[in-house]
Design a protein around this ligand. Structure first.
Ligand SMILES: C[S@@+](CC[C@H](N)C(=O)[O-])C[C@H]1O[C@@H](n2cnc3c(N)ncnc32)[C@H](O)[C@@H]1O
Length: 309
């Protein structure tokens, strides 16, 4: 079995100077979702302008401020999509798992269509948009007036809302189709089974959410199930390729890349997640799959993680 190498960088992926242009074959990720409350604090910490806008909304309650907050959150993600475009090889694929957000703000319930924002944006910066996947999760509670239940009145038209129980896996390609030599062994060794091809290339995936252990920190990462990373890695890369996850969270993509004989690079800005990432990946580390963790210093210099601890 060929050796693979896995690098984890504790740092902000809005800039990825550690990665050379045109060197990544596949990006698989799930960013913090704009306008989903659990990510508000992190967006504010990463971009003080967003914190200011929330304060402004509290005092002035203007609708345009809601839109500004939403825009700024996407501006921050857009920096990562631009970096992804830079580092992908010609023919490289980007898979972005994203959910829309529903929220009552300023006394108004509405949907923030994160998937279409990202789709239009990625297309504008040069990606080719490919058919995407709808990840249907087990149904959560239906909604009535923005609350997590229909209540009795849900039977009476017209004021109940459709429940959001799908997320998106958006798929983009940079440039032209990837080229391989005829009978390229890495490609043939990565062949899918008929069942995988038939099931995975259909548009709706029914997969239960990640098993979230009681640990608060793990819940906070909003981990996707291994199955999402496993399928996308097998569908859109070959053995020996390098997979990037710029929003690594608990380390699911690294772990899955290790299991599938792909190399990987993951970025995670929250240093508190390091123990979870280490635990998730340690079981799969061996002489065939080595893991190194670095922390990016304020100077931009990279230090091995152990030096810091
Ligand atoms: C939705 S979670 C990813 C969960 C991951 N797919 C998993 O299975 O655990 C998003 C992660 O991105 C991280 N993050 C947010 N902004 C970041 C940035 N600019 N650079 C690096 N990581 C970031 C958050 O700390 C969070 O852990």
């Amino acid at each position: 079995m060929a050796q693979t190498h896995h690098t984890i960088i504790v740092g902000d992926s809005r800039q990825m100077p550690e990665i050379l242009d045109n060197t990544i074959h596949l990006m698989v990720t799930s960013p913090p979702y704009p306008m989903i409350q659990m990510w508000d604090k992190q967006f504010c910490e990463l971009d003080p302008k967003i914190a200011e806008l929330w304060k402004k909304l509290e005092t002035e309650g203007k609708e345009e401020t809601v839109q500004q907050i939403y825009n700024e959150m996407h501006e921050n993600l857009a920096r990562v999509w631009a970096e992804t475009y830079r580092v992908l090889v010609d023919g490289g694929i980007a898979c972005i798992n994203i959910g829309d957000a529903t929220r009552s703000l300023n006394g108004k319930f509405r949907v923030f269509p994160n998937h279409s924002r990202i789709l239009e944006h990625c297309q504008r910066i040069g990606f080719t948009t490919l058919p995407y996947i709808l990840w249907k999760k087990p149904t959560t509670k239906p909604m009535y007036k923005g609350k997590g239940a229909f209540l009795g009145s849900g039977f009476l038209p017209p004021n109940a809302y459709v429940t959001i129980d799908c997320e998106f896996i958006l798929i983009f390609r940079k440039g032209k189709l990837r080229k391989f030599t005829p009978k390229d062994p890495s490609r043939y060794e990565s062949k899918l089974t008929k069942q995988q091809r038939d099931e995975w290339f259909s548009q709706i995936w029914q997969i239960a959410g990640a098993h979230q252990v009681a640990d608060e920190l793990e819940r906070r990462t909003g981990a996707f199930p291994d199955e999402i990373a496993d399928r996308t890695i097998k569908m859109f890369s070959v053995k020996g390729d390098t997979v990037l996850d710029p929003f690594l969270g608990s380390g699911t993509t690294t772990k899955t890349a290790m299991q599938n004989q792909r190399n990987s690079i993951g970025y995670e800005v929250d240093p508190n997640l390091q123990p979870i990432i280490s635990e998730k990946t340690a079981k799969f580390a061996s002489t065939e799959a080595t893991v190194e963790i670095f922390i990016r210093q304020t100077t931009g210099k990279m230090e091995p993680w152990s030096k810091k601890t």
